[in-house]
Design a protein around this ligand. Structure first.
Ligand code: C2E
Ligand code: MG
Ligand code: MG
Ligand code: MG
Length: 279
């Protein structure tokens, strides 16, 4: 609360705001160092075919190992977005994920896909297009094996740069996934106005299916609608057997969640892949 003792009613002292600002400043500087020292890591969570259980690929999820307990990506990515650090971090993610996929293509299976989260801020920077193309060329992977995950917040402000970026990326052959669908005000128009191939149902939808019959039917109707519109539909946050059976009953295409596989560092993922392919 602002103190009301200024001559003109303007307050210069707002402790809560100060703390938050300092906190952000500290995180920003720390992130800058982590990036410079190459200390971020990617974890990889497997994604499976809902029909036959086959491994299809992975989603790359960034980690800040030294501060993992306090700073999950949900906390530090927004700070990086506000300070434009996200461009450098995002570029590192793209290069690292594609490099890793190239290795797994050679060692295990050239059909494996890699899903990469792209911040709305990155989509507003034209450099993203050349960065993605360059990372493909450097690692000799096909764009068709790369899924770029974007959130609806990127689409809400009718931004011509975002529209342009998505069209070009789609033309290059990248697959575009709309992440966290069903969480905010999920506009059906967005699904048709942008070149979207895949829709990921937000993990909160999994939980609500257990809550009431009505919510269950919303889930079913949404799944049916997305299938009718020919999207590949992915369930994220699948944690229980009963959630998995529901996803299969509603004919979702792909499954991701703790029940099927946790996000793992590269070394653990290597072991996991060796088991999958019995190498
Ligand atoms: P997201 O893209 O929706 O990723 C899914 C999140 O759900 C991940 O959290 C994952 O660890 C978690 N998750 C997976 N399975 C389950 C489950 O069964 N139950 C529950 N409760 N959670 C599950 P994480 O890794 O903490 O990432 C959080 C968010 O941070 C991501 O949400 C994404 O929006 C953002 N993020 C992560 N990595 C990156 C990145 O490299 N770049 C950008 N721009 N954003 C990232
Ligand atoms: Mg994602
Ligand atoms: Mg998601
Ligand atoms: Mg999310």
């Amino acid at each position: 609360r602002a103190k009301q003792n200024g001559k003109n009613g303007i307050s210069f002292y707002e402790p809560h705001y100060q703390t938050e600002f300092n906190q952000r400043f500290i995180i920003h500087n720390a992130l800058n160092n982590v990036l410079k020292n190459d200390s971020f890591r990617l974890f990889y969570q497997p994604i499976f075919c809902a029909k036959n259980g086959k491994l299809l690929g992975f989603e790359a999820l960034i980690r800040w190992p030294e501060a993992e307990v306090f700073y999950t990506p949900d906390v530090f990515i927004p700070v990086a977005e506000q300070s434009k650090l996200i461009d450098g971090i995002g570029q590192w993610v793209i290069e690292t994920a594609m490099n890793q996929l190239a290795l797994w293509h050679q060692q295990f299976d050239a059909n494996l896909t890699m899903s990469i989260n792209i911040s709305p801020v990155q989509l507003q920077n034209e450099r993203l297009l050349s960065e993605c193309q360059r990372a493909l060329d450097a690692n000799n992977v096909s764009a068709s094996k790369i899924i770029l995950e974007i959130t609806e917040t990127a689409l809400i402000k009718d931004n011509s740069m975002v529209t342009h970026s998505l069209r070009v990326l789609s033309k290059y052959g990248f697959k575009i996934a709309l992440d966290d669908f069903g969480m905010g005000f999920s506009s059906v128009a967005h699904l048709m106005d942008y070149p979207i191939d895949i829709v990921k149902l937000d993990k909160s939808m999994q939980a609500t299916t257990q809550v009431s019959d009505k919510r269950l039917r919303v889930f079913e109707a949404l799944a049916l609608m997305l299938k009718t519109l020919d999207f590949i539909v992915v369930a994220e946050g699948v944690e229980t057997e009963s959630q998995m059976s529901l996803c299969q009953k509603f004919e979702l295409d792909r499954l991701q969640g703790y029940l099927l596989g946790m996000p793992m560092d590269a070394t653990k993922t290597d072991v996991f892949l060796a088991q999958q392919y019995q190498i």
